[in-house]
Design a binder for this molecule. Structure first.
Ligand code: ASP
Length: 717
């Protein structure tokens, strides 16, 4: 007996150590489930040091940056670091041909030079609470899923309102485990966030799309911002009188670097994973929506990249847009390969077989769970063509910007149908700033080509039943010549021409409103909307109403079936902890990847002929002089490292923390072989890629000469 329990404990221990890398854990539950495991893996801090409502802790130094990234505080004066690709949109908005901060970088040499970014905010987490019971008040097992959802939403609204009473906080009740648990998140946002520094793209985006999602990597993917607050340190709208925010906590920065096997923790906001879906959900994505999206984005990128080669102005205008399109495009190709490599579908099928046996082995379970998979599969299979149609509507139909832009005027035109009132004029006035910023980054000839290419792909790629009526008519009217069609649109559409559009908006009358409503770009948009509301959405919602409920039950059943397993919830843009270790990997037979890259590797990649691999002269000089200061290690500067933390989109910019809770890196990507980790994590293949903090400091200090920023930080040896 004694021996047996020893063996059992050994296996549980070994099992938990082996599995340590997989999982995105809820900070609130660290103490209960994970901290001991983390400490066994080398972590020196307590659960309270990481997350607490009673004391200052690491979570107080972390923010949601903008819409979908993470950032962290690195000085007592509100200085914040995130990725270059997270700050990119804002850096780009400040860039013109004269002040090309994308190409040349930007460094504020004093606080007065820091640049405000209207619309950019950062959000701190105040606290988390398990509100499962309160969320489910009034919910019964026999309730139809629509009623269940309504009841939960009503409860959530009350919980949220109660949580923020008398504060300037916001609150959100978020479902976990597909709606089997609910947690409340209380947040506080700061809206005056200024750009402090960004390296040139030749550093911050070194390797460009070629190296994106790839290890070995040499990208200096960071940018610096500063949070400003009112005199009382509270959130305040932008004002030149605001002062640097004084954070409760900021990260000390370690200069000691990393060795293979070192403990690492990533603390940030992963966006979305689907680890617990059945095989047929993956199959449908792998067979339909992902390949279609890859194919349509390839076509779109071909047009945009060719145009960017032709002029520096277009390169600046389209750089952020191109990166956004290419990022998903490349990742998805990795996902397809990775899922195949880990045999994801077969593994899920094997599990489903065991699941079915378990469900059928007990009459009660059989009643509750016995037909889940069958019902679920039936819906997914029926839905597949509508999913594909949806992919086409978005990735082909709305790919030309002129279509989406015309869509911005939809409510305006609908309003005008009721007569031009003062209210109408107000909507127009509110739109004017947006119009100017849209046209700053718009090149009509490029978009004309996009319209021709994407509409042709739409017409040829999917059956006519799933095409907008207008597209079918155009194919006939123009005898399949989509270039001719695009030309005619751009000759007549007011949405292609800023002056003409502003002329109309500044002088509205019944006739000009009619012109907007009959505009060819607007009409295509309307036809797409009709397809969406009359065909695609009903097709999707027929099943979609049931899918969340079936997935919830399937999740619940999986947890019941494996009571010994510690489940982690799928990512849902809430704060999570993931821990692992610095570790290389074997991408293919005969190849072994090290854990670290260095400045020497940047020099090896240097190629003035290729835009993405042009090393800036100043960096070459520092390299030749070996002028590395305190950032050197083994006679070079470390640039990036990989570790086995389970991360996802949204973890970009997250702090990578060592065993002592100090900052050692900034998470920014994953390896291509491991991008399927959003669907199935594999400890041998999945790695997160981080910028070694010493490279960021070296660039700030030696390359940019922004030593005053280094002085704000707390460096530890
Ligand atoms: N590059 C991703 C991001 O932008 C991070 C990842 O998916 O690993 O959030």
């Amino acid at each position: 007996m004694k021996k047996l329990s020893f063996i059992l404990i050994f296996f549980i221990l070994a099992g938990s150590l082996l599995r340590a890398e997989e999982g995105m854990w809820i900070p609130l539950l660290l103490k209960k489930y994970k901290i001991e495991d983390m400490q066994r893996a080398g972590f020196k801090l307590t659960a309270e040091d990481v997350y607490s409502v009673n004391q200052v802790c690491l979570k107080d130094a972390i923010v949601i940056f903008g819409g979908g990234c993470t950032g962290e505080l690195i000085s007592g004066e509100g200085l914040l670091i995130t990725n270059h690709h997270c700050g990119y949109g804002n850096i780009q908005k400040h860039s013109t041909v004269e002040h090309d901060y994308l190409t040349d970088g930007f460094w504020a040499m004093s606080k007065g030079e820091e640049l405000p970014n209207p619309g950019l905010s950062v959000t701190f987490l105040v606290r988390i609470e398990d509100v499962t019971d309160a969320s489910l008040v009034g919910v019964t097992a026999s309730m139809p899923s629509v009623d269940r959802e309504k009841t939960i939403q009503k409860n959530a609204a009350n919980i949220q309102a109660e949580a923020i009473k008398g504060t300037s906080y916001t609150a959100k009740v978020t479902p976990f485990f597909n709606g089997n648990q609910y947690f409340l998140f209380v947040y506080e946002s700061y809206n005056d966030v200024r750009l402090v520094g960004a390296p040139p793209s030749a550093i911050g985006k070194f390797g460009g799309e070629t190296d994106n999602w790839i290890w070995p990597r040499h990208t200096g993917d960071f940018s610096l911002f500063r949070i400003y607050a009112g005199a009382d340190n509270r959130p305040a709208a932008y004002s030149p009188n605001n002062v640097p925010y004084k954070p409760k906590k900021f990260f000390p920065i370690s200069l000691r670097g990393v060795e293979p096997g070192d403990f690492t923790m990533v603390f940030g906001y992963p966006g979305r994973t689907t680890e617990y879906v059945p095989s047929f959900v993956i199959e449908s994505q792998v067979n339909y929506s992902i390949p279609a999206s890859v194919d349509l984005r390839t076509k779109r990128l071909d047009v945009i990249m060719a145009a960017m080669e032709t002029s520096p102005e277009i390169r600046i205008q389209y750089s952020a847009k191109k990166s956004g399109i290419a990022n998903t495009w490349k990742k998805n190709q990795g996902v397809l390969l990775g899922l195949k490599k880990v045999n994801a579908i077969q593994r899920k099928l094997d599990f489903e077989k065991r699941f079915q046996q378990w469900a059928d082995a007990d009459p009660g379970r059989h009643l509750q769970y016995g037909s889940i998979l069958e019902q679920y599969k039936d819906i997914i299979v029926k839905q597949a063509p509508f999913e594909l149609a949806n992919t086409y509507a978005h990735e082909a139909g709305e790919a030309p910007e002129i279509i989406g832009f015309a869509g911005r005027f939809e409510s305006l035109i609908d309003l005008a149908a009721k007569g031009i009132s003062p209210e109408f004029q107000k909507v127009v006035d509110n739109n004017k700033a947006g119009i100017a910023s849209y046209f700053k980054d718009y090149d009509a000839p490029t978009d004309q080509k996009l319209l021709a290419v994407m509409m042709e792909a739409y017409a040829k790629g999917i059956t006519p039943d799933f095409q907008p009526e207008l597209l079918k008519k155009i194919a006939v009217d123009f005898k399949g010549d989509f270039e001719k069609y695009a030309k005619s649109v751009f000759e007549t559409s007011v949405f292609a021409n800023q002056d003409e559009l502003m002329g109309i908006l500044n002088n509205l009358n019944a006739k000009s409103v009619k012109k907007l409503a009959n505009d060819p770009a607007f009409m295509m948009l309307k036809s797409l909307r009709k397809l969406q509301t009359e065909i695609i959405n009903p097709g999707l919602s027929r099943g979609q109403g049931q899918i969340p409920e079936l997935q919830r039950l399937y999740m619940k059943a999986q947890m019941e079936m494996q009571p010994e397993k510690l489940f982690y919830p799928d990512a849902n843009s809430t704060l999570r902890i993931t821990y692992g270790k610095v570790d290389g990997f074997l991408p293919a037979d005969g190849i072994e990847y090290r854990h670290l890259t260095t400045l020497d590797g940047i020099m090896q990649k240097d190629n003035p002929q290729i835009y993405d691999y042009r090393v800036p002269e100043k960096l070459k000089k520092l390299y030749l002089a070996k002028d590395y200061g305190q950032y050197a290690s083994n006679n070079t500067v470390p640039v990036c490292f990989i570790s086995s933390n389970h991360t996802s989109g949204g973890n970009s910019g997250s702090p990578v923390i060592n065993a002592q809770g100090q900052l050692i890196g900034i998470n920014f990507d994953r390896n291509w072989e491991g991008t399927m980790s959003d669907i199935m994590y594999d400890p041998d293949l999945c790695r997160n890629i981080s910028l070694d903090i010493r490279y960021a400091l070296f660039i700030i200090d030696k390359f940019a000469g922004a030593t005053h920023l280094i002085k704000e930080m707390q460096l530890v040896r």
